[in-house]
Structure formats: C-alpha cells, structure tokens
Design a protein around this ligand. Sequence first.
Ligand SMILES: Cc1cc2nc3c(=O)[nH]c(=O)nc-3n(C[C@H](O)[C@H](O)[C@H](O)COP(=O)(O)O)c2cc1C
Length: 222
Amino acid sequence: MRPSSERMTMPVADGVAREDESLVTVLGLAGSPRRHGNTETLLDWCLDGARAEGADVVKFRLCELDLHDCRACDGCWKDGSCIVDDDMGRLYPYLRTADAIVLAAPTYFMGMTAVAKMMVDRCQCFWALKYVLKRPLRRPGSPERLGAYLSCSGTTQPRAFDGGREVMKSLWHVLEVTAAGELLVSGVDAKGEIAGRIDAREKAEAIGRRLARGQRLEKEER
Ligand SMILES: Cc1cc2nc3c(=O)[nH]c(=O)nc-3n(C[C@H](O)[C@H](O)[C@H](O)COP(=O)(O)O)c2cc1C
C-alpha cells in the first residue's frame, strides 16, 4: 500500500500570501507510531491554526512512509542527493522548500522516536551539500523559514525533552530554519489524554497561526 499524506489548500487570508502571491506552505510531520495519538493531535491543532491563516498545509505520518536509515555511504557527497530510493524522495522537496516545518514526536527513552530520528538522519544529504560541496541549500535571497517542535512525555521528568530538543537544534541548523515555536507537554501518556489539555490546544493553534504569518518569536519568548 502506498503511504498516505494529506494535502489541503485554503484560500489565502489577508496578509498571508507573500508579495509574489504564492501561498505559504507548512509541512507537518507526525513522528509517532501511534496514529492520532497525543503528538499527532498537537500537530493537527497546529496545522489547523496554519490553515485558518490561509496556509497550504502538507502533512505526512512518518510511520506510514517507506523510510530507511542513513547508510553513511557518503553517496550524497557526490552531488548532495541521497542515493537511498525510498519515500524520503517525497519529503526532500518539502524539507528544502517549505516555508515552515513542524515536527511532532513524543519522548521515547529520553529522546525522539526512532522514525523521527531516522528522518532527521536522512537530512545528512543537506549537510553534505552545504559543508562538503559548499553549495547553498536555498536560493540566495529566499525568505526566512520557520520551524516548530511539538512533543509530549508520559512523565513529568524535567529533562524529558532535552534529547529531542538537541536533535531539533541540529536539524533546524542544517535546514536553515529559524525555531519559531516549541510546545512540550509533559504528563500525558495514554492515547487521547492530550484532548483534555485546552491550554495545549490554544498554544498549538497559536504556533500554527504564527508559522503561517511568518512571524518569528519575540526575543523574550525564545
Ligand atoms: C517506547 C516508549 C518509550 C517512552 N519513553 C518515555 C520517556 O523516556 N520519558 C517519558 O516521559 N515518556 C516516555 N514514553 C511515554 C510517551 O512519551 C507518551 O506516552 C506520549 O504521550 C506518547 O505520545 P503519542 O501519543 O504521540 O505517541 C515512552 C513511550 C513509549 C511507547
């Protein structure tokens, strides 16, 4: 069965389209093996916020894609493209060009889920393009793009999100994305538990709206 993705285009709301009138594209990546679980719900709220602002939303559930590990073959050192033939081929164009990227993945063993980390590792080809081949990832003068990380943890351990956050810093750096939102909800474990967290819903939607508007975080929010 072919993996699924959802795509929804909404009319452009006032002030959302860029000067060239193209839509703002927000890429949403669901990184939990649990379908419609807590983090995917956060992601959906966030994408709802982005749609409400007129963004073009593209969502993938990573577990439904045919994804494989980085082989460390250095094949990407030749021209910056990955030689592994799988569904990363569908994600790469969005990872490279989306105006905003949202990754939602729960804490597993103090880090992010394996499938989310696998996707991150496969961004090694962008690293090779930039740092081995010294070629630009994006066209000169491309507008700044924004990213958000959404996560849940079953415990309320203070360091439960540290591992995932470090990975995200590295990913945003390679993708040339400015972190513009983070929502880390602790103490939600059972599927559906997030539904009772109205505060989280409001925050997730607000992040989505901000991404669609291309709004960076104020200094004190970072
Ligand atoms: C394999 C596995 C490992 C987990 N590891 C942790 C952990 O290290 N710390 C924690 O607080 N919660 C941990 N959890 C709990 C999840 O973070 C929590 O259930 C979360 O709400 C799942 O989100 P989801 O519904 O989007 O999958 C783990 C859950 C699983 C299944």
